[in-house]
Design a protein around this ligand. Structure first.
Ligand code: IPE
Ligand code: IPE
Ligand code: MG
Ligand code: MG
Ligand code: MG
Length: 316
């Protein structure tokens, strides 16, 4: 395993675009979005005291990951004809929350994963106590960032912070992580159990990315409704693909331990339905997402269409 962090896995991706914009153009837009988020996070995570805490926060938040959630937020604002930079503080906040969720997800008490984004997971690098505190600090600091005075009105900042809090907490990602932890691999699986768990543990952070981007971009209630459906479908597809890659990828391609779900006897879409049917189910979710996107009648939906195709075909 190389020790070099993978800032972005997407540039090795090769597939035919089914979207209206060429995939190459989308990948280049994605790269610009990632660089923008990286720069904003670098500024936000300049070292302070206690040094070790900031170091551990920066370790898990900088130079890594696909930045899907913040980019999705900015692309949604842009699709409504507004300046994507307006969404930067909320987008960074959401990415910090995502990074915290990964730090805690990797802890021995949860998934016990040694690798993340091509390097040792936070607790392997800094020890468990610091990793727990770095996660806590990333989560709380996220709200400091997105509520601070800036170009958005105080009212919009409160709405956005409330959306993010709800998506990250017991109604959202944390609730989903709890269901994931409680799911007994020996007990029979209820018909909607997996879809519900995915909608919470992964779907909620993608959903809120789009909702915040839409709110900041001034979406009408009908557009917000359609975009929410788009994001919900994308969220489930995203976790189905994560599960498929867990089976088919390698430590080098994923930057995290492969076949983790099998070893931990987790219920996943490919394990329950088979690899091919799971792939089909992921594609069906993306199709439903695209149909909802169409209903949103946005001035510029092209990037949101392209990111849905990219997310289905991703290899990392
Ligand atoms: C991984 O998310 C965790 C899931 C919710 C499946 P990503 O695949 O977005 O991870 P990074 O941010 O690119 O590392
Ligand atoms: C989702 O699931 C993780 C979070 C909600 C943080 P996984 O446990 O499958 O994510 P990876 O595979 O470790 O990135
Ligand atoms: Mg997990
Ligand atoms: Mg995990
Ligand atoms: Mg996984």
């Amino acid at each position: 395993m190389s020790a070099t962090p993978k800032l972005c896995y997407i540039h090795t991706l090769e597939f035919e675009s089914k979207a209206h914009v060429p995939m190459q153009a989308f990948l280049s837009r994605l790269k610009t979005g990632q660089a923008h988020i990286e720069a904003a996070l670098q500024t936000a995570l300049r070292p302070h005291l206690p040094e070790l805490l900031w170091e551990a926060m920066a370790y898990s938040a900088l130079d890594g990951g696909k930045r899907i959630r913040p980019v999705l937020m900015q692309l949604t604002t842009e699709a409504l004809g507004a300046d994507p930079a307006l969404a930067t503080p909320a987008a960074c906040a959401l990415e910090l929350i995502h990074c915290y969720s990964l730090v805690h997800d990797d802890l021995p008490a949860l998934d016990n994963d040694d690798w993340r984004r091509g390097r040792p997971s936070n607790h392997r690098q800094f020890g468990e106590a610091t990793a727990i505190l770095a996660g806590d600090a990333l989560l709380t600091y996220a709200f400091e960032l997105c509520t601070a005075p800036g170009p958005l009105s105080a009212e919009v900042r409160i709405v956005v912070a409330h959306e993010i809090a709800r998506a990250a907490g017991p109604h959202g990602m944390c609730g989903g992580q709890m269901l994931d932890m409680q799911l007994d691999p020996r007990a029979p699986l209820g018909p909607d159990t997996l879809a519900h768990m995915y909608a919470l543990k992964t779907g909620q952070l993608l959903r809120v990315a789009v909702r915040c981007g839409a709110i900041i971009g001034g979406a009408t209630p009908a557009q917000l409704h359609a975009l929410t459906t788009y994001a919900e479908q994308l969220g489930v597809a995203f976790q189905i693909i994560d599960d498929i890659l867990d089976l088919t990828g390698t430590l080098d391609s994923l930057g995290k331990t492969p076949q983790k779900d099998v070893h931990q006897q987790k219920y996943t879409y490919p394990q329950v339905y088979g690899l091919e049917p799971a792939q089909e189910m992921g594609r069906a979710c993306v199709k439903a997402a695209l149909s909802a996107l169409n209903e949103a009648t946005l001035p510029a939906p092209e990037w949101l269409e392209a990111i849905a195709h990219y997310l289905t075909e991703r290899q990392a």
